[in-house]
Write a new protein. Structure first.
Length: 227
């Protein structure tokens, strides 16, 4: 768990209005007592009004976050989006979606905090025969950090090639993920289905944002073709 997430959860726990000990917080967040003590000091230093008493615990003094005002449709849209992410992406992004929902639920106004659990919109998991062998988290990191990738690719006709690609984006079309990128072998934009990729390697070297080779250029070309 990231430190920022842990601090947020500590504040949310203290917002309940009950005294809580460092040991209780440590057990709930699966960290050491020492980590909690350090987090409490940092929260107090940042201006969070904490009351504490040795041997008793911690409590917030007249401190609250303004409730987030969501309409029911907005809550359902967020919940469905998070459930789709959980079902159709990698486990790391799925955990991030669940964490985001928990944060939203924690700051919903009283009387609306049940809307998340009661949202009757679901996204069943897709079958993942080969996709499970591909590290989507690494692909996302390569896109984010502009790192070149290398992989073996088998096209729809069964032809196998080795590719070095500048990954630009991942796009989801119904039941199929597609990697959009600049292919060094073809010296042009190409689409790759991750379930046809193997031996993925994220390289240490990065690629530049050259005119004519960016995601914006790719999108503009597709818009011209579709028009």
């Amino acid at each position: 768990m990231r430190r920022a997430d842990r601090l947020f959860r500590i504040v949310q726990r203290l917002r309940r209005g009950r005294v809580v000990t460092a040991r209780q917080l440590a057990e709930e967040l699966e960290v050491s007592d020492r980590t909690i003590y350090r987090d409490i000091r940092d929260l107090a230093a940042s201006g969070v009004p904490l009351a504490s008493e040795a041997g008793v615990g911690y409590l917030l003094k007249d401190y609250d976050l303004p409730p987030l005002m969501f309409h029911r449709d907005e809550v359902e849209a967020l919940v469905l989006g998070a459930r789709i992410v959980e079902s159709w992406t990698d486990p790391e992004l799925g955990r991030a979606a669940r964490s985001a929902l928990e944060k939203i639920e924690a700051v919903l106004p009283e009387g609306k905090d049940h809307l998340v659990a009661q949202t009757a919109l679901f996204a069943p998991s897709r079958p993942r025969p080969r996709a499970e062998t591909l590290d989507f988290a690494s692909l996302r990191r390569a896109i984010r950090e502009q790192r070149r990738i290398r992989f073996a690719y088998t096209d729809a006709q069964g032809a196998a090639t080795n590719r070095a690609v500048w990954p630009l984006a991942l796009a989801f079309f119904g039941s199929v993920w597609t990697l959009l990128g600049w292919c060094e072998l073809r010296d042009d934009f190409r689409n790759f289905r991750p379930d046809r990729m193997s031996d993925l390697e994220v390289l240490a070297d990065t690629f530049p944002s050259l005119p004519g080779r960016t995601l914006e250029d790719f999108v503009c070309r597709m818009e011209v073709v579709s028009a």
